[in-house]
Design a protein around this ligand. Structure first.
Ligand SMILES: Cc1cc2nc3c(=O)[nH]c(=O)nc-3n(C[C@H](O)[C@H](O)[C@H](O)COP(=O)(O)OP(=O)(O)OC[C@H]3O[C@@H](n4cnc5c(N)ncnc54)[C@H](O)[C@@H]3O)c2cc1C
Length: 596
């Protein structure tokens, strides 16, 4: 069923030629010894594991789905998932970027990030099990007590236990302030938690010994709304002091959802009936603690979009070279055959290039942000750490929303390359489209990401974070503005930088008069910022490719063509988006709801 080959060459280009990770990591005492060879070896091994073990289970996992047994509340994952997880654990993959103090390998997040791209390309549904565990690890690592850390982190790092995030309830998804689950304090310092959670990914399954649920609930007398939410660690089995499984905790899967995609991942209704939990992150500080998990997950969901874009592209490319239909408009290109391969047709190339450009732009973007995260956590200079933290905060909603929106487009274009065969399940393309759709919804819908970017990250700090990123763009423009060979890339980058500044000011002014202006502009605004980010990275990649295009390595020729396609065919969307963002709220809000 199709193919997946980890795009090692492009990953290495991004890490070593675009981002110079080896030099960057040398500045971080914790990672100073990580050299390029180590990184390449890990990625090669990751490529083998994902292609040979996970990818073969992607289609079968989708067809089979998960099985729920109502009598004993168990969930069985699709055939092969459990065995693949065992191999993953035995190879030490869960520990890659985790803290050595608790059994991790301590490698940089930027390396883990590339590995996660491979996981998501090969099997998004499977990869959500360890992906959520990693989020739980990060949350407990940052907010857990020393006892919680020593009990839970080694097990999450080894992969013996997995994690979940239990936020959503039937009546509240986006608006967590309305959540109702209750936590009653007990004499021994624990809590009894009661409530109903829905849509909990990996909430119940057969892959690990225990499941560590991170559950949002309210303490008695807690303030209304999001200020009254606390976070609790609620394990499926209450752990004994030595880490072995004790009593079964009453947090049970009542049902699994029938859904559009990611069938191999169990999406569970979880019922808590006086389940024992322990507070993490302080009373009423639950959302603050959970944000560690949510931010990690938002970056992770962006990576899901990248992973699907890449694998869909790879398969569409193979198909387009093989499938013969019609002749090229300018005369036969394969005269020995009854028709030309469809890759000769301009519009098939447009579809392929769209996916290729979105994959390569996203790869550069995600790797850059992962490196900034490494610097935020480990750079010796406090100001650098702060600047990196600001940049990661600014760009997280863009990663989540821009990449997953693009992945929806890209997977759909790749399906289209197959014509009717794309719509037929056996080719595997329709699965990528279905799987891509959820990435725009969970972890805060893409609308919510757009509101976060424009409202919280930009307007609420008077554009300070955006200006910092803008200064980097400006520095590149100034350094390369006189290079004629680069003008075709630098000019549109500089123009878009100016337009984003003006657009931001205009919306900010309007928002003073009418807060609805933010909601009306946010979605197109985020896409404009996404294009600014991509223009910045594509212009840098073009510079490298121009310098090396005569080296004999055709990779640079291909890279340059992709960048030219991006600026010619994808970037122009910004003109329309800016008009939409400027059009104001009246065209959306003037009509009374009952006149729709
Ligand atoms: C397969 C799957 C897996 C999931 N996994 C998990 C999980 O592991 N853990 C977990 O806790 N949850 C999980 N979720 C839940 C997911 O995060 C929510 O579905 C999502 O946050 C949206 O909430 P909702 O579905 O209640 O939609 P609603 O909040 O009801 O939103 C409906 C629509 O209104 C829009 N909207 C809402 N408020 C605004 C606003 N202020 N401005 C503009 N538009 C607005 C939304 O963007 C959306 O389009 C999962 C969901 C699915 C489907």
């Amino acid at each position: 069923m199709g193919q997946y080959i980890a795009p090692l060459r492009d990953m290495q280009f991004v890490l070593h030629e675009l981002l110079n990770v080896e030099e960057e990591l040398k500045q971080l005492p914790k990672h100073a010894d990580v050299d390029g060879d180590i990184i390449n070896q890990i990625l090669e091994e990751g490529g083998k594991f994902t292609a040979n073990v996970l990818f073969p289970l992607n289609h079968s996992g989708d067809r089979e789905g998960c099985h729920h047994d109502k009598t004993n509340h168990t969930v069985t994952t699709p055939k092969g998932f459990k065995e693949a997880y065992k191999q993953y654990v035995e190879a030490g993959w869960p520990a890659l970027s985790c803290d050595p103090e608790f059994g991790g390998q301590g490698l940089p997040l930027v390396v883990n990030n590339s590995f996660y791209e491979m996981l998501n390309s090969s099997n998004q549904a499977w990869s959500m099990y360890p992906g959520l565990s990693h989020g739980a690890y990060e949350c407990i690592h940052e907010h857990g007590t020393p006892e919680q850390k020593s009990l839970y982190l080694p097990k999450l790092i080894s992969g013996d236990w997995t994690g979940t995030m239990c936020l959503t309830e039937p009546h509240c998804g986006t608006d967590l302030g309305m959540l109702r689950s209750k936590a009653e304090p007990q004499a021994d310092g624990s809590y009894k938690i009661t409530g109903a959670k829905i849509f909990i990914s990996a909430g119940e399954h057969d892959m690990s010994e225990n499941i560590v649920h991170l559950v949002l609930a309210r303490l008695p007398g807690a303030p209304e709304g999001s200020k009254g939410i606390s976070l609790f660690i609620v394990p499926k089995y209450l752990p004994n002091a030595d880490g072995s499984n004790g009593e079964r905790n009453p947090i049970f899967c009542g049902a699994i959802e029938e859904k559009m995609g990611i069938h191999g991942n169990s999406t569970c209704q979880m019922n808590l009936d006086g389940a024992t939990g322990w507070l993490i992150g302080g009373p009423n500080k639950g959302l603050n603690a959970m944000f560690v998990f949510m931010n990690a997950a938002r970056l992770g969901v962006g990576m899901q979009g990248l992973g699907l874009t890449e694998v869909a592209y790879q398969n569409a490319l193979v198909y387009a070279k093989d499938r013969i239909q019609m002749r090229s408009l300018s005369g036969p290109k394969a005269p020995d055959k009854p028709a030309d391969p469809i890759i000769v047709h301009a519009d098939v190339r447009r579809m392929l290039f769209t996916a290729k450009a979105y994959a390569e732009g996203a790869r550069a973007f995600c790797s850059y942000v992962a490196l900034q995260l490494d610097k935020e956590l480990n750079h010796p200079d406090e100001q650098v750490r702060k600047d990196c933290a600001d940049e990661v905060a600014l760009l997280t909603p863009v990663i989540k929303a821009f990449i997953t929106d693009n992945a929806w487009t890209a997977t759909s274009e790749c399906l289209q390359v197959y014509g009717g065969h794309g719509f037929i399940a056996e080719w595997g393309m329709e699965q990528y489209v279905r799987d891509a759709r959820i990435n725009m919804i969970y972890e805060g819908t893409n609308t919510v990401q757009s509101l976060d970017l424009l409202g919280r990250k930009i307007l609420m700090d008077n554009g300070a974070k955006l200006r910092k990123f803008g200064a980097k763009v400006q520095a590149f423009v100034e350094a390369n503005g006189t290079n004629e060979a680069l003008a075709e890339f630098v000019t549109p980058l500089a123009e878009l930088g100016d337009k984003v500044t003006k657009l931001t000011m205009e919306i900010g002014m309007k928002a003073f008069q009418n807060p609805d202006e933010v909601g009306a502009a946010a979605v197109p605004y985020l896409r404009v910022v996404g294009h600014l980010v991509y223009s910045y990275f594509f212009a840098q990649m073009a510079k490298i490719a121009l310098e090396k295009q005569d080296s004999g390595d055709k990779f640079y020729v291909s890279k340059l063509a992709t960048v030219r396609f991006y600026f010619a065919r994808l970037y122009p969307e910004t003109a329309m988006l800016i008009r939409q963002a400027r059009s104001g709220s009246a065209n959306l809000l003037a009509l009374e709801a009952d006149l729709f």
